[in-house]
Ligand binder design. Structure first.
Ligand code: PRT
Ligand code: ZN
Length: 287
């Protein structure tokens, strides 16, 4: 009997490729023989990888050619196929925004009524207009949407923004963020039981990597008298590890701290008498 495998579709080349391959690598899955092929092999997990254009991933997953896929939430919503968003993956973050020429005044959403809006996301734009009881002329373009107002083809654009640099260099300003997007993991709704188990095991790996990314390992030296105060600042997963130092009255503490708390806690640790503070990245975290 051949071993059951999950088929994962990822973007062949583009803004999602590196993030997808990196995440798999951190999950202990090495993707080999990408190159110009449609399929790639994976070491370290029963996975077959399809390398596709991101636009095609929702259809492949909905049709069951792939079991799961990694792509931008924007593309999932635009294509509106029968796929389930299983997990936010935290890379390729961007937003879908409305932008107008720099010199124009924005009079709120109502001012879009009857205007010409260029976009490569016509379905998302259409539902946004509908929700707001607006009607506008949608001009669907597949690329270089930002040049449309400059050449007199549109009054506004609805497009992906990341740094905002492309808008500025085309004389546009962002006036409303309509949705936030990031890479997500999608799955087709009715996976067999054995594939569902494989998906859960892959999700377990992804979650361990995500938890690790959000936390740091912290080591410090502390006067024994200050232990309760410092323990309260870095309680860790269960409680910190405390080891005696050769120097009388001191000990070493090891704990885990969230990336977001780090800078505020570090000042309080120093104020509480902590010394020799080391902060180290964590590779995996299993609770
Ligand atoms: O060939 P294929 O169809 O697979 O790729 P693609 O060209 O359709 O997509 P690609 O690789 O450009 O983007 C894939 C996904 O990355 C998108 O669907 C988003 O989820 C995400 N992403 C993140 C972005 C950006 N950031 C981004 N900046 N997608 C596009 N852009 C473009 C945007 O269209 C605009 O023209 O970059 C420009 C804006 O960037 P800033 O930094 O100047 O604001
Ligand atoms: Zn695409």
């Amino acid at each position: 009997m051949t071993e059951e495998r999950l088929t994962l579709a990822i973007q062949k080349s583009g803004r999602l490729s590196e993030g997808s391959i990196d995440l798999l690598k951190q999950c202990g899955i090495k993707v080999t023989n990408g190159g110009n092929h449609l399929k790639a092999a994976a070491d370290g997990f029963p996975l077959e990888i399809l390398l596709l254009r991101d636009d095609d991933i929702p259809q492949y997953v909905a049709d069951g050619v792939a079991d799961i896929g990694m792509l931008g939430l924007n593309e999932v919503l635009e294509k509106n196929k029968s796929v389930e968003v299983i997990k936010n993956l935290g890379f390729s973050r961007c937003r879908l925004s409305m932008a107008i020429p720099r010199e124009s005044n924005y009079g709120g959403r109502e001012s879009l009524q009857g205007k010409r809006i260029a976009t490569s996301y016509p379905a998302i734009l259409e539902s946004f207009l509908k929700e707001n009881n607006l009607s506008a002329e949608i001009h669907t373009l597949t690329g270089s949407v930002e040049i449309a107002p400059g050449i007199g083809m549109a009054d506004a654009i609805f497009e992906i923004v990341s740094s905002g640099g492309t808008l500025i260099s085309n004389g546009l300003k962002e006036v409303e963020v309509i949705m936030q997007s990031e890479a997500v993991l999608v799955a087709r709704p009715s996976l067999s039981e054995s594939k569902q188990r494989l998906l859960e095991s892959l999700l377990f790996r992804i979650e361990s990597v995500q938890k690790a990314r959000k936390n740091k390992y912290i080591l410090l030296n502390a006067p024994k008298a200050k232990l309760p105060e410092i323990t309260a600042l870095i309680p860790g997963m269960k409680s910190p590890t405390i080891l005696p130092l050769a120097m009388e009255g001191w000990c070493s503490m090891h704990s885990v701290i969230s990336e977001t708390d780090f800078w505020s806690v570090i000042d309080r640790l120093k104020a509480a008498g902590a010394e020799g503070i080391l902060v180290i990245p964590i590779e995996k975290m299993v609770m």
